[in-house]
Design a protein around this ligand. Structure first.
Ligand code: PHE
Ligand code: FE
Length: 294
């Protein structure tokens, strides 16, 4: 059934029917390339010893350290050889069905614009730095690459099952804000963390947030916030295990079960949680947001 939003939301003028646009790499200004270089240098200094091995390997094999905003054509050529993925440009956020269709077909949609020099630390819409620096290195990992394809297919299925709310939380707490337990310690792999200087530190070192072992149903019941640091991070044991549990679980009955249960408040800790660190929640408390604790 078409909803009002479906009818109103059309690709903007100049975009293709699938919402893609040319990246138009030649039109980036020297200042825009310099913003990429500044952000890159800052993160490249922070991430060794903090980002997962898979992420750091991706950064390396895709040669993302080359100065300037990457050319999606060049990037897609390399990625295609490694895992069959491509990077395609879009003007901004796209509707869920468009996003899932691209993903299920190994096309990662990336914003083609870059933040302004006065927005280095925070920006609401995902730009080319978040999308490419944050997400694309993980696409060079064969297991994670397959996880995202399965996620895209799962998204297409979720529409008919009323499961989008639950599936979005899975994306949020893995693809965007996931942590992984590696032999050397906890590491970050979520794109929202690795593309942010302040959250790269906060997610691993700050005493405020909870760090809890990943459990599929638990994650899908947990609310999240989009406008500040997370109060809760979920830790996977490995990408193989993340792929295995999500692919082997039929989400249709799981959505039914979840619909019958209440959501879990952001910072809550449950008796069955595997707690890596119980957060002090001082960060949230300082902002007067303690009410969300249960
Ligand atoms: N197994 C899920 C389903 O039955 C699909 C899925 C796979 C979703 C991997 C997310 C990640 O719908
Ligand atoms: Fe993202």
């Amino acid at each position: 059934m078409a909803t009002v939003t479906d009818i109103l939301i059309q690709p903007p003028e100049g975009a293709n029917a699938d919402w893609t646009v040319p990246q138009d790499w030649a039109s980036y200004t020297p200042d825009e390339h310099a913003i990429w270089d500044t952000l890159f240098a800052r993160q490249a200094k922070l991430l060794p010893g903090r980002a997962s091995n898979a992420y750091l390997r991706g950064l390396d094999v895709l040669r993302l350290s080359k100065p300037g905003i990457p050319d999606f054509k060049e990037l897609s050529d390399r990625l295609m050889q490694l895992t069959g993925w491509q990077v395609v440009a879009v003007p901004g956020l796209v509707p869920d069905d468009v996003f899932f269709d691209h993903m299920a077909n190994r096309r990662f949609v990336a914003g083609n614009f870059i933040r302004r020099a006065d927005q280095l630390d925070y920006l609401q819409e995902p730009d080319v730095f978040h999308d490419v620096f944050g997400h694309v290195p993980m696409l060079a990992d064969p297991v994670f690459a397959d996880y995202l394809v399965a996620y895209g297919q799962g998204g297409q299925r979720a529409f008919g099952l009323g499961g989008l709310k639950y599936l979005s939380r899975l994306y949020w707490y893995t693809v965007e804000f996931g942590l992984i337990a590696e032999p050397e310690g906890l590491r970050i792999y979520g794109a929202g963390i690795v593309s942010s200087a302040s959250e790269s530190l906060f997610a691993l070192d700050d005493p405020s947030p909870n760090r809890i072992g990943f459990d599929l149903a638990r994650v899908m019941r947990t609310e999240y916030r989009i406008d500040d640091f997370q109060q809760n991070y979920f830790v996977i044991p490995s990408f193989d295990e993340l792929l295995r549990v999500t692919v082997e679980t039929d989400f249709a009955p799981l959505y039914q079960t979840l619909m019958a249960k209440p959501d879990i408040a952001i910072a809550a800790i449950l008796p069955d949680d595997l707690v890596f660190t119980q957060g002090t929640q001082d960060y949230a408390r300082a902002k007067g947001e303690l009410a969300i604790l249960t």
